[in-house]
Design a protein around this ligand. Structure first.
Ligand code: HEC
Ligand code: HEC
Ligand code: HEC
Ligand code: HEC
Length: 178
């Protein structure tokens, strides 16, 4: 009887230990997987710079050149252009060669373009979005238009997207009635 009980207890113990270690291993794999996903996401797309977009989007590009976004870098004094606390929102990011793309360029609102910029992908909107294209929403703008900006006085998306001081011309009056 005692031997039988010991046997059962041993089996129960081994089983519990086994289940526990499997659960722990699964948890560890899950974490490792999530880390990899994060790294892949972060490293997935590169900024290519506004001149690449100009090749196919001349109308949007030429009108963007006149906006305060295109000139946002020049709003900073030379000493401020060296300050990490100012650069972030007055520039777009670094390209794959590590060069800073200054001003609020296309990709600051539409996402880094290395994967979606080819004709084949671009002409298929769904495919373009799957490759990093962003159709900007209030959230996109609020990445910079928030109270961390020293000059922030509030942000109203509906009004802001119609402000032609800041926005490029849309081929199909997309800013109307939104
Ligand atoms: C090789 C040509 C080409 C290049 C380069 C290109 N695009 Fe496009 N893009 C297109 C085509 C074609 C469409 C489909 C709609 C159209 O005909 O205007 C499009 C559509 C878009 C749309 C609208 C999606 C929609 O259907 O509403 C956005 C936004 C856009 N491109 C942004 C960009 C940005 C930002 C860049 C630079 C990183 C870029 N494109 C580079 C050809 C290009
Ligand atoms: C969180 C993003 C963000 C940061 C950080 C930021 N800015 Fe700006 N900046 C903006 C935005 C957005 C605007 C447009 C006005 C507004 O809503 O604040 C702007 C506008 C400006 C303007 C134009 C103001 C005007 O009304 O003509 C100047 C100058 C400026 N910023 C300087 C700076 C300096 C200097 C720093 C660093 C100390 C800085 N910004 C940091 C986002 C930012
Ligand atoms: C400040 C943010 C911002 C910047 C910078 C910006 N865009 Fe846009 N863009 C938008 C918004 C908002 C829309 C409308 C999105 C919608 O309809 O859902 C749009 C729409 C578009 C469209 C589709 C409508 C059309 O005109 O046919 C294209 C193409 C486009 N952008 C290209 C560009 C290019 C190229 C640049 C750089 C030269 C650029 N955008 C810079 C915010 C921006
Ligand atoms: C990468 C940061 C960034 C993003 C993203 C961004 N902006 Fe801006 N925006 C700025 C900066 C910086 C300025 C100030 C430029 C200057 O005055 O030199 C500005 C200025 C403006 C202004 C003029 C503000 C004023 O008071 O004169 C409007 C309107 C505006 N943005 C709308 C938008 C909209 C709409 C979007 C999203 C579709 C957007 N912005 C996305 C950084 C950004």
């Amino acid at each position: 009887m005692l031997r039988k009980l010991t046997l059962i207890a041993t089996i129960a113990l081994v089983a519990t230990a086994f289940l526990l270690s499997t659960a722990m291993a699964q948890e560890a794999t899950k974490e490792a997987k999530q880390d990899t996903v994060k790294k892949v996401e972060a490293a997935k797309y590169d900024y290519v710079g506004h001149k690449k977009c100009k090749i196919c989007h001349k109308t949007e590009h030429d009108s963007w050149m006149e906006t305060v976004h295109a000139k946002a870098w020049d709003a900073l004094k030379p000493e401020e252009q060296k300050k990490a606390e100012c650069i972030g929102c007055h520039s777009t990011g670094k390209d794959k060669d590590g060069e800073l793309l200054t001003g609020v360029q296309c990709e600051a609102c539409h996402g880094p373009g290395s994967a979606y910029k080819s004709q084949k992908i671009m002409k298929d909107k769904e495919l373009a979005i799957a490759n990093g294209l962003i159709m900007p929403t209030a959230e996109t703008c609020e990445g910079c238009h928030n109270k961390k900006s020293p000059t922030f006085k509030g942000f109203k998306f509906e009004e802001a997207v119609k402000n032609m001081k800041a926005m490029h011309v849309m081929k199909e009056a997309k800013t109307e009635g939104k």
